[in-house]
Design a protein around this ligand. Sequence first.
Ligand SMILES: [Ca+2]
Ligand SMILES: [Ca+2]
Ligand SMILES: [Ca+2]
Ligand SMILES: [Ca+2]
Length: 580
Amino acid sequence: MVKNRECFRYRLAAVAVAVLLLCLGLGHPASPSSAGTARSAQRLREHRKMLWMPRFSRDFPAQVRPPADFFETFFSAGWHGRRAGEICSHELLVRLRGELDESSARNFFARYDLNVIKRIPRIDIWLVTGSEMPSSVFGHRLGQDSDVLWFEPNGRVHTSGIIPDDNFYQAQQWNLRLIGLPEAWVFTTGSADPIAVIDTGVDLDHPDLAAKIWINAGEIPANGQDDDGNGYVDDVHGWDFVHGDAVPQDDNSHGSHVAGIVAAHTDNAIGIAGVAWQSSIMPLKALNSHGDGTWADVAEAIIYAADNGAHILNLSLGGEESSQTIEDAVSYAHSQGCLLMAAAGNNEFQPAPVEYPAALPGVLAVAATMEDDTPWSYSNRGPEIDVAAPGVDIFSANRSGSYYLNSGTSMAVPHVSGLAALIWSLQPTLTADQVAHAITSTARDVYTPGWDQRTGWGRIDAQAAILHLVQPRIDIVPDRPSILVGDESATLTTTITYSQSQPVPDGLTVTFIVTLGNVSPQATATSGGQVTTTFTSTESGQAIITASVGPGFQDALTLTVTPRCLYLPVTLDQWSGDPG
Ligand SMILES: [Ca+2]
Ligand SMILES: [Ca+2]
Ligand SMILES: [Ca+2]
Ligand SMILES: [Ca+2]
């Protein structure tokens, strides 16, 4: 009985496919190739869609066979062409008509010089590989084999969001992905406002930093005059408080590493990506070539930053004892609307208390966490800790124009500084305390539940921080009543709007989850904030479809899929009268 019903369903599917193919005009030979890229891509999309249907069966009418140029188009546009990055070039996923055991399947695929990599359990799909790039001739042969139900190239999937092209980004910068920056960068990559890096200086000639160094517009370089009257002669690129000159060149590497994390030249095809792409770096050298400095120099650097247009002060430094001078400098910068963040400290004898200035009120104290969000064992702890950020094996700039790995709470701080810059670029009217709150209140709780003295409110989460700022609203609406019959499809329109007045950015990724049936797992919103997707199901039941742009920002709808023919069981309980 069940089998018959399956057959009936397949026949229905066959008719539906035939109608669809005829509607699309795919049953006819393709017109001579003047096919431009767009048309090619369109055909590829159609073909990919068709691949999911059981249309290579012998039982199907001749007109639903693939058009003559099907495989040629498929392999040239989809396999060898510009979408190559989306496809595992030597791998196919194949569904066979019958269920074969492993050795029979190996024999079957050997006829096509394909080796079995594995079978995906439950859904009976084989992952196979060929030593040679399959050609259109090959594809045609495989497609014509009546034992093959369908096949498709093994595709690649990736996280959503903006992927910068810097060549070390994918291999080395796990830290940026971990804190949700690709998703945050869709909304903002920052503004040009400077971030003060109070440190050992910055490599002013580094290929990933040189173009990012702050320029003091009011100062004429090298004329021996304090043109802008700020008390510093020729301070075009900040100041070196250690040597008392206008060249805050890094002679240690620590400052370049920190500067690279916060705002390296990003998406420039070289080196690394930074957290805040657009921000400029105000290098203020207050630490010498050994990484040591004095409270006097640090305090003066803080005041310089506050007076010369920096609202974010990165202090990847600390001392065990406080000083009135540093407290006064911090208070002054705070009164000028600055947000200061500092390193908790790296003491090998743990537990060790939070260092200064991180331990001061009005300074965000940053602890370091590992790739798995556990606290770094050397990271200082205490009641002053506000947040944590990645700080171990961080890849960033070296002073000689190169790059290196470094670890410490110093490396954690610039992640937070960069996030502050992203937040402020979206909402410039926020106060420093509001920016700090946006960071701490959206941090991901790690280590022990709730605030804890090793990770504070948790590891920073740029995606969550930006989404909470923007407060997107998501509405998912079907194009038809909520009941689908048989294999009917529904078009779902998802609209994203902001409570803020900003337009929805290009490239915002909407993720779909279904409890039954199919819908493409991700789609990218157009600049109008809309995404259209198609829902289909070959099974009956209730499908809950959730559209989300990030944790907590989602909408769901329910569709009911019913069989096309209902089999109503009829039971004769009793028989009365004469059957006559
Ligand atoms: Ca000056
Ligand atoms: Ca000058
Ligand atoms: Ca770069
Ligand atoms: Ca915690």
